[in-house]
Write a protein that binds this ligand. Structure first.
Ligand code: DC
Length: 235
């Protein structure tokens, strides 16, 4: 593969619509770094839960603010699975950050101004050498407003709930389809309506509705768009 150009590829969109699947596939194909920015918001949420900073839906923001610089989030490549895993202060939290309790609490955490400021800075740093695919909600609008390629993903809410249900039950988690659907709907609403960096399509983003596309079909779709958008970029 002659991949002469180092691009920043931003993938934004709704919860559970397969952003990370396509972003990972794309990063592998292009030999780029893949960063799941949602994992960073989830890691901060897990930190809050583990340290009793969330009680009865109230977040102790001043305590979190005083501790935020002590929260170290990193990604390490697992050679066995061939995927990057999320670490929080040195511990592998890749599975824990996907549980329902974290999912239930992550939207309010991701609304906090100093949390976003801190994570956006870290995300921009991770992308300073380009050759990166990052997925999230504000990557094409706030983190990398000058990204070379911007994709905005969406899919039918029932299809998204089914996919997440399958993923979690396959991991052995005891969840119901209905609670997952409700959580997705709630997060869509909160993500789109928060004050800072709400989820919205960047003007120059291309929309990908993958409700009825397989992972390999959506990968081909994006590779096609990249080819159309970039000169001298042969895949
Ligand atoms: O992609 P995800 O579902 O794992 O993300 C978890 C939450 O983090 C999601 O509800 C919204 C928030 N998030 C965000 O606000 N900005 C990002 N760039 C990524 C995620």
């Amino acid at each position: 593969m002659n991949n002469s150009k180092k691009l920043i590829i931003a993938i934004d969109g709704f919860s559970s619509c397969g952003k990370s699947t396509v972003a990972k596939d794309l990063a592998k194909k292009l030999n780029y770094i893949y960063i799941d920015s949602g994992a960073m918001y989830r890691a901060i949420t897990l930190f809050c839960l583990n340290n009793n900073l969330i009680k009865e839906n109230n977040i102790d923001e001043s305590k979190l603010k005083s501790l935020i610089n002590k929260i170290k989030i990193s990604f390490k490549y697992n050679t066995k699975t061939g995927e990057a895993e999320t670490f929080l202060n040195g511990n592998n939290v890749e599975d824990e950050i996907r549980n329902v309790e974290v999912s239930e609490n992550v939207s309010p955490i991701s609304k906090i101004k100093f949390v976003r400021k801190n994570l956006v800075k870290q995300q921009q740093n991770l992308g300073k050498n380009k050759a990166i695919v990052m997925d999230g909600r504000d990557i094409g609008t706030t983190v990398f407003p000058k990204a070379d390629i911007k994709i905005f993903m969406t899919a039918d809410v029932d299809v998204r709930a089914e996919r997440r249900y399958k993923e979690l039950t396959q991991k052995g988690l005891n969840v119901s389809l209905e609670e997952i659907k409700e959580n997705i709907k709630k997060r869509d609403h909160l993500d789109q309506n928060r004050e800072i960096s709400p989820l919205r399509k960047a003007d120059d983003a291309i929309i990908l509705d993958n409700s009825y596309l397989t992972p390999s079909e959506q990968l081909s779709w994006i590779l096609d768009k990249i080819e159309q958008k970039t000169l001298n970029f042969k895949l």
